[in-house]
Design a protein around this ligand. Structure first.
Ligand code: WTA
Length: 652
């Protein structure tokens, strides 16, 4: 792949003519953004309404020990006012959010901007009544219901900082995140229906907060009406609290560099880190990328299938679309419930124009056959998008031919929790797409490919190496919550002067970019980021496990699966029952998304003489690529590798 022979798909004449950005405009804007970042971003700053205008645009230093990232620093604004209030005059009666419930038998909701204003203002007043103010942290642990968006915007309205925890995380993982950001309040629901099954969210919150959290309140949305246990006077029903408040809640003026949210994400070492995004630059970048990448036009119906528990849900379900006055669809369910036609039925029902999903969903649906798609009327679709992991050409072609009927450009958006918004993607009216390529940098983004060991910049094409970014952009994360040193060490130490993405990348002969996947110990399971270290520490917390090493391996649907090498305590029997027990154990410690796919018993693990586990070798064994183990001479005990290969071949 990735050479001059790869088939390319140029934009249609119609798309090139109508799009916000065509090829010439892309070049002109990109050059302006690099040659005069101050001027470029000053102009883009006008995308949002400021309560106090900014005079400074950019104040950035990537030098290790002194890393600072500031955009529009002396400006003040309110994100909720930008996402709601400023639209009321022109589009108060337009639908802001379409909510599609888990079951197609239940009715969808259409929430107008006027209604959104009321919901968010009242919820903001409830938060105030519960003692939440500017700078306080609020954890949101919710199903995909409109109240999740209201909760985010209510926090933003009063300047509180939200931290959303994906509802698929376990009570332990939730507790760690509540603790990590010292939250005063958790917002949840009684239960969360998904794919016809219910997760007992309030029970999970109770478990998470059982010990040591007797000062954390909980606000509960009634979703299923199921029985829930109450923690004395710490718990509140949202519907009861709403009765006590008015819908008048003036938006707080918030500094551009005050935090908007914290979102925990996995890294290659240790426990998840709290990625901090601030207010002004983030909103400018989310709004701009949403409009240009998806070529969103007024009146379009836009649907991103992500969950608000991930960054994609933050930037491209809530903040970007609503800042642009868009109609954004929120879906509570899963792609395969009641059957594999659900996504396409929802597209038909709500006449979706832009559809944004993950390669793992595309692969899963592709395997179910074309009828589920072709029986639906998808003529409203204009632009398709993918995010979360590299998309294989087979899935890309299916998405293009069967879903897009060969007439919808596919934007393969490469970005990260840390980047706040898209960093590389083809633009629908500007670029000839190549299946599997992230293609071109967004405005202001300067990608560089470096030789991994020497850090030398690779100038000529083609090139392959690690991907770094040479300068800041407004949506960049600012710090790790409570640990600026970890922020600097993670992103600015390995390749001085650059933001290190953790991804590998190729630049082809045409100068187009292809993301090749993580180069660190982060794996990408169904588009969800997972630190192998987290799964390892869950495994070794089990009393029968002496040691564990976790790697990713190629998985047809998930992209990568979780492969665990486990060394048992002396005397423990390696049985299938124990495999099941360990699998359930990890699900309980982290959540179902971390379920091990394969567990191999390892009498010993390959280690260097200094005791470092050589994951490179373990990855090759998991891939059944025994011929490519590379240099094993530095191993303390080379024989363990033979044992592991033998066990792998015997699937033990
Ligand atoms: C991977 C999700 C290839 C990449 C927005 C990145 C991708 C990690 C793509 C971030 C893409 C995301 N092509 N790889 N289009 N999009 N990735 O933080 O490895 O959950 O570093 O953010 O996903 O995952 P995260």
């Amino acid at each position: 792949m990735s050479d001059k022979d790869a088939k390319t798909y140029p934009p249609s004449d119609e798309m090139a003519a109508d799009a916000h950005v065509n090829a010439a405009r892309y070049t002109e804007m990109y050059e302006a953004s690099i040659n005069d970042p101050e001027g470029f971003w000053r102009e883009q700053g006008a995308r949002v309404d400021w309560m106090k205008p900014f005079s400074q645009v950019k104040d950035v230093d990537f030098t290790l020990g002194n890393v600072k990232i500031n955009w529009y620093a002396d400006g003040q604004l309110n994100v909720a006012a930008n996402c709601i209030d400023r639209h009321l005059e022109t589009r108060g009666d337009q639908t802001a959010i379409i909510w599609e419930p888990d079951s197609p038998d239940d009715e969808a909701q259409h929430i107008t901007y006027n209604e959104l204003h009321g919901h968010v203002s009242r919820m903001a007043n409830v938060l105030k009544n519960l003692g939440i103010g500017k700078g306080d942290r609020v954890v949101i642990y919710m199903p995909m219901i409109p109240e999740a968006a209201y909760a985010m915007l209510a926090c933003a309205r009063i300047g509180a900082i939200h931290s959303i925890v994906f509802a698929g995380f376990s009570p332990d993982a939730l507790g760690a995140r509540v603790n990590g950001c010292d939250a005063k309040l958790v917002i949840t629901s009684d239960g969360a229906p998904r794919g016809g099954r219910v997760t007992n969210l309030k029970d999970n919150v109770n478990q998470a907060l059982l010990n040591d959290f007797d000062d954390v309140k909980c606000l509960v949305v009634k979703r299923t009406g199921q029985q829930v246990a109450w923690r004395g006077d710490l718990d509140f029903w949202l519907h009861e609290e709403l009765e006590k408040v008015s819908d008048d809640c003036p938006p707080e003026a918030v500094g551009a560099e005050d935090p908007l949210f914290i979102l925990y994400t996995s890294g290659s070492t240790g426990q998840p880190k709290g990625v901090v995004h601030t207010t002004g630059g983030y909103l400018v970048y989310a709004a701009m990328t949403h409009e240009i990448t998806f070529d969103y036009h007024d009146g379009d119906i836009y649907w991103c299938t992500a969950d608000v528990g991930w960054v994609t849900g933050h930037s491209y379900i809530v903040y970007g679309p609503l800042a642009n006055g868009a109609t954004t669809l929120m879906f509570e369910g899963v792609p395969t419930y009641p059957d594999a036609s659900r996504f396409w039925q929802v597209c038909e029902k709500h006449k979706v124009n832009q559809f944004y999903t993950a390669p793992t969903a595309i692969r899963a649906l592709m395997g179910q056959g074309n009828d589920f798609v072709t029986k639906c009327d998808l003529s409203s679709l204009k632009v398709l998008g993918t995010v979360g992991e590299p998309i294989n050409p087979e899935a890309w072609n299916w998405y293009n031919n069967v879903v897009g009927q060969g007439r919808c450009p596919i934007v393969d958006t490469w970005w990260q929790t840390e980047t706040g918004g898209h960093l590389m993607t083809p633009l629908p009216g500007a670029h000839a797409m190549k299946p599997g390529a992230a293609m071109k940098p967004f405005f202001g983004i300067q990608p560089k490919v470096l030789e991994p060991t020497t850090a030398e910049e690779l100038i000529d094409n083609p090139a392959e190496g690690v991907l770094v970014i040479a300068d800041s952009w407004p949506g960049q994360m600012r710090t790790v919550w409570g640990d600026h040193e970890r922020f600097e060490k993670t992103y600015f130490a390995d390749y001085p002067g650059y933001y290190f993405t953790g991804d590998g990348c190729k630049r082809d002969a045409d100068g187009d970019y292809w993301i090749t996947g993580r180069v660190d110990d982060v794996i990408n399971v169904s588009g969800h980021r997972m630190g192998t270290a987290e799964v390892e520490s869950a495994l070794v917390a089990h009393s029968k496990v002496a040691e564990a090493a976790v790697v990713g391996y190629p998985h047809d649907i998930k992209g990568q699966g979780i492969y665990c090498y486990v060394t048992l305590m002396g005397g423990e029997e390696p049985t299938d029952e124990l495999r099941t027990e360990l699998r359930n154990w990890v699900r309980n410690e982290i959540g179902p998304i971390a379920s091990p796919d394969l567990i191999q018993w390892a009498p010993g693990l390959p280690k260097t003489r200094s005791g470092k586990i050589m994951r490179r070798i373990l990855r090759k064994i998991a891939e059944d690529d025994f011929g490519a183990l590379g240099d094993t001479s530095t191993l303390a005990e080379p024989a363990v590798v033979d044992d592991l290969i033998e066990n792998r071949m015997n699937r033990k």
